[in-house]
Ligand binder design. Sequence first.
Ligand SMILES: [Zn+2]
Length: 378
Amino acid sequence: MKIKQFLFCSIGVSLLLASCQKNEIYQDGQQLEDELLLTKTELAYPDTEGSIHTLYYGLTEVTVEKINDTYVLDGDIVFALDQLTTTPSNDENRSVGRTGGRWPNNIVHYSIDPNLPNQQRVIDAIAHWENNTAIEFVQRTNQSSYVYFKPGGGCSSFVGKIGGKQDITLASGCSTGSTIHEIGHAIGLWHEQSRIDRDNYITVNFQNIQQGRAFNFQTYAQQGQDGDEYTSALDFNSIMLYSSYAFSANGQPTIVRTNGSTYNTQRNGLSTGDIQGVNIMYPGGGTGGGNTCDGVSAWSSSQNYQQGDRVTYQGNLYERTATSWVLLGPCEAVTSDICDGVSPWSNTQSYSQGDRVTYQGNLYERTATGWSLIGACG
Ligand SMILES: [Zn+2]
């Protein structure tokens, strides 16, 4: 069967080839993993082609693919339907990106769908982020904004904190490296090749890109998103970089170095450049505990500040926006008690899946069949 399928695919035109590959990916998580290793391109819906829509992100026109009631950009970046509008909108709350949508105090709350297979990849990816950056991942108790790792047909994430529950979907073929990549989106990273200065480093071969997919190769600015470059040059080692063959229609490279050569991409972990950029976005004194103002300098009247800069002033932490300073909160010890805000178990209450309680000094979560121990409070 495999051989027949191969022959059938290989004699078909490229459209047939694409549909054969899609079927295989759909049927087998391993195929998706192989595909990811080959192209280093995470996809939210590898087995589905959606319809292309031109909509507005704030005042700017943006082209996206609509699949399964979400809008998809760049293959694995998703937008909720209400993040984009059919007419230009002045609503500043729509800003999600590398300059907006930060997680306050470097803390990302999260929870994992009990049905997600191979949860170790999430644990490992989170450990990698915590070991290499100042961002902390804290199991959600009752926080309204959090990342929810759940099963899905591909790998996908929103970019930055969007407010409320935001999914990271992980098909079984999404590796620990792809999970690190999707978390990168959730904390605010765009794809590396969407830098506005990317033409100094790479050439996009639009003639090789699948029909209707060229919009995936725009810079974040062309896509109407907010953003900034936090490192001085495009990093070919970034875990956020597309491969040379992403969205290729004909097997020829879609992205090459300016000298015309292809390059290798990696999904092993954050690069030195990734870590440098993230440390500017999320400065801090390291992982775990500490104070929310650790590593932040006091405001000075003799210094010029840029968007994204943080200062302390009269015991509070502030961040510079385009027009003013935003109060992030008082300088205070970071609490990392997983039981904060969770009520003790009560025998007079009925619980449903996902509910959490404390009991004899431990935190528990309700599953479909019983209570699952999350860990000790404190
Ligand atoms: Zn991505």
